[in-house]
Design a protein around this ligand. Structure first.
Ligand SMILES: Cc1cc2nc3c(=O)[nH]c(=O)nc-3n(C[C@H](O)[C@H](O)[C@H](O)COP(=O)(O)OP(=O)(O)OC[C@H]3O[C@@H](n4cnc5c(N)ncnc54)[C@H](O)[C@@H]3O)c2cc1C
Length: 449
């Protein structure tokens, strides 16, 4: 049989653009691949997978570079990067879009908005649509329209095949439905290399936004009012709350509503009447402005970071809120935050076993965030996140697979709950030899592997 060759744009450590090509969004825990192939088409992906297998080369798959734990990078081996493949074609008569796996959210939102449509997805424009979707995909339209993966119709993916080394297949409700099930919440990098995704679209036009800020003294009352309101209010309204450090001294709730500012004002009454807000605004904007508003203002440059997360299936008791306040009073630096987003609505209307995304009964997803400037600050920051995660664990469930944390020992159940067993079965069927692997990848079932 003819030997496979790497095709596409190839970058190695000798090239002047190697540093840029290997650097992910998180500078912590850096990795140095021996070759990065930027695939230009599906055939390049097929060739890369065949080449890696023939040469016994460790490899990882990459798109938007936002894996919290850099699971899309590898030391010494090959990175198969799809980010140069980013065409988007919209079919308005069928209300679908086929999106190449290299597109990032900014590109997706802009292109869809030109047609007056969108998909519910994450807020940060540089995140890759593929990594986000495979793990679930939460964002400011989750409550009306569901997770990103709930709007997925089909994926095209390159899987490892016994005879050819690599094979292109399509997974949807009819064909390879088990892989389609696993690709809606099972997380990136486990089963194959996705090359395109087809989504159901939603028409969108004007939306209303709000922002309410409180000072540090209102920490407990503001959070408590938000958590008892946000998951249960009108499902057209999704919101988030950011708890900042004592030094910054702010609690900020913001959200997006498909409806008028007057309706939103009424819905916000329980929050507006809580504590002494230092600022409140509500406004109607074109949807494109809402996208810009929730995008990170700093441009999200690569930095040293540690993040982790969990779900709330019921509101925090008062003592858990106080624990968060204590941690934020002793944060390693002022960039540290705890962030929550409201769930339920369309997300909770689907059963936990219906897709691989398990935490359908959660009311809130939350994230613990730090970033720092000098490598020597790493230990202190990581400790803060891990201690916080453990302190809150009596009141929380699992962790969202898109907020992975290599310190979580029972990650199988933390990410996948009772869906883990079925995910292993799908893994065993599509990747019995465990070709696709990384530190927290789903293992096949057979003992001899
Ligand atoms: C600043 C920031 C903001 C975020 N905001 C949100 C948010 O609003 N909502 C939300 O739900 N999540 C959010 N996330 C989490 C995000 O969904 C995950 O980090 C996601 O995995 C990123 O995907 P990526 O393609 O950018 O990253 P990558 O690092 O390229 O990949 C992530 C994972 O997917 C795998 N993968 C990449 N490409 C492919 C492919 N073609 N086929 C198969 N597997 C692949 C990788 O191997 C890796 O395991 C955010 C993350 C960051 C850092």
């Amino acid at each position: 049989m003819k030997k496979a060759k790497l095709t596409g744009r190839i970058v190695t450590p000798e090239d002047s653009d190697y540093e840029q090509a290997r650097t992910n969004n998180n500078l912590n825990n850096p990795k140095y691949p021996s070759v990065i192939v930027f695939c230009q088409k599906t055939k390049d992906v097929v060739n890369a997978l065949k080449w890696a297998r023939e040469n016994n080369e460790p490899f990882r798959i990459r798109s938007g570079r936002h894996s919290y734990e850099n699971f899309s990078l590898v030391n010494k081996g090959l990175v198969i990067d799809v980010s140069d493949m980013n065409d988007i074609s919209v079919n308005l008569s069928e209300m679908t879009a086929r999106i190449d796996a290299g597109a990032n959210m900014g590109n997706v939102y802009r292109t869809l908005w030109e047609h007056g449509v969108t998909i519910p997805a994450g807020t940060e424009s540089s995140v890759g649509v593929v990594g986000l979707t495979l793990g679930g995909g939460i964002g400011m339209l989750s409550r009306p329209f569901g997770l990103t993966c709930d709007n997925l119709i089909e994926i095209e993916t390159v899987v490892a095949s016994e005879h050819e080394g690599a094979q292109v297949i399509r997974a949807n409700k009819q064909q390879h439905h088990d892989l389609f099930w696993a690709s809606r919440g099972g997380g990136g990098g486990n089963f194959g290399i996705v090359t395109s995704l087809t989504f159901k679209l939603h028409a969108i036009n004007e939306v209303s936004l709000f922002s309410i800020t409180w000072g540090w003294d209102d920490f407990e009352v503001a959070f408590d009012a938000w958590q008892k309101w946000a998951p249960y209010t009108d499902k057209r309204l999704t919101s988030q709350i950011e708890l900042k450090t004592k030094e910054v001294g702010e609690i900020v709730a913001q959200g997006e509503f498909i409806g008028t500012a007057a309706e939103l004002k009424k819905l916000l009454r329980p929050l507006r009447k809580t504590g002494l807000p230092t600022s409140i605004w509500i406004k109607e904007v074109p949807y494109s402005k809402a996208i810009e508003f929730f995008d990170l203002p700093s441009g999200n440059q690569p930095a040293y970071r540690k993040r982790s997360g969990s779900f709330l299936e019921r509101p925090f008791p008062y003592k858990a809120i106080q624990r968060m306040k204590e941690f934020l009073a002793h944060a390693p630096n002022s960039n540290t935050t705890i962030w929550q987003q409201s769930l339920r609505g369309a997300v909770g209307e689907i059963a936990p076993q219906h897709t691989a995304y398990y935490y359908r009964n959660a009311i809130i997803a939350q994230e613990y965030n730090t970033s720092w400037k000098k490598p020597k600050e790493e230990e202190q920051n990581i400790k803060w996140v891990e201690n916080l995660r453990q302190a809150l664990s009596p009141y929380t469930s699992g962790d969202y697979v898109n907020f992975p944390d290599r310190y979580i020992k029972d990650w199988h159940t933390a990410y996948y709950g009772r869906n883990f067993r079925r995910l292993r079965e799908v893994k065993t069927k599509y990747d019995p030899y465990n070709v696709f692997q990384f530190q927290q990848s789903i293992p096949p079932i057979r003992k001899w592997l």
